[in-house]
Design a protein around this ligand. Sequence first.
Ligand code: SF4
Ligand code: SF4
Length: 248
Amino acid sequence: MKIFYERIKRVHDRVMRCYLSLDCTANCSFCSANIPKLSQERKEIWIPAIQWAEGLNRRHRKILLGGGEPLLYPQMTELLRLIAADIPIEIYSNLMPDISAVLASGRGLRWLISLHPAVKDYDKWYGQVERLIAAGHSVRFHVVKKVNWQERADFLKNKGFKVTCCDDQNSYNKSTMTNPGPVWCSTYYYVYGPDGWRYPCVTKMGLGIDKISHISDEDENDEIITQCDMFGSCAGCDNLIEGKVWSE
Ligand code: SF4
Ligand code: SF4
């Protein structure tokens, strides 16, 4: 057996990572989920809030809403009202779309907010942050160290926030190494696409291939093992997946 990549498995975080909408308001060159490369057809897919909520409430695990841009999901108010009140929800957003649908739900969320180069008017954008804080939401910020990242980080620091400055995940080894041919890949995350299907990884979720099980189905295994001929072109996000890649 030849091992190409291995990350020591930590305790499985069991977070439900729901990519509600793969559409986005930005087109970042460094996108670690490969969003700008996806087809328009894939970006327009979404499933009703009631279908998400039934599956999520049955599993009753912490939820992370992401995308693309999750605020573009058309039934956000309904979704937040339908998910059981005792399930913690975090949302990962660029905060460019209007947040009124979230505020209308009356539900407090934790936010991980990216300030990306696509934002041109920082003060207008920051108005949304103020609305969130006034409504009792908790916020934290990050910028990716690309383009004018220092300017964006300084803007937030001057507002009194700590800012995490992240490297471009696409520059990590797993994404850039020469394709070694078919491999076995094991992953442990719960990655659900906008169609409600669970996928082995963010790369395959974006493309809609190698579906595992649907949010409407019964619960599933933690670990997924798949044969894959795409290693070497994995999305940047998949560099962070706990697991192993090997060939026989
Ligand atoms: S805002 Fe986020 S999801 Fe959208 S293109 Fe940029 S990095 Fe990708
Ligand atoms: S594309 Fe997905 S399944 Fe294939 S090697 Fe990369 S992370 Fe593993």
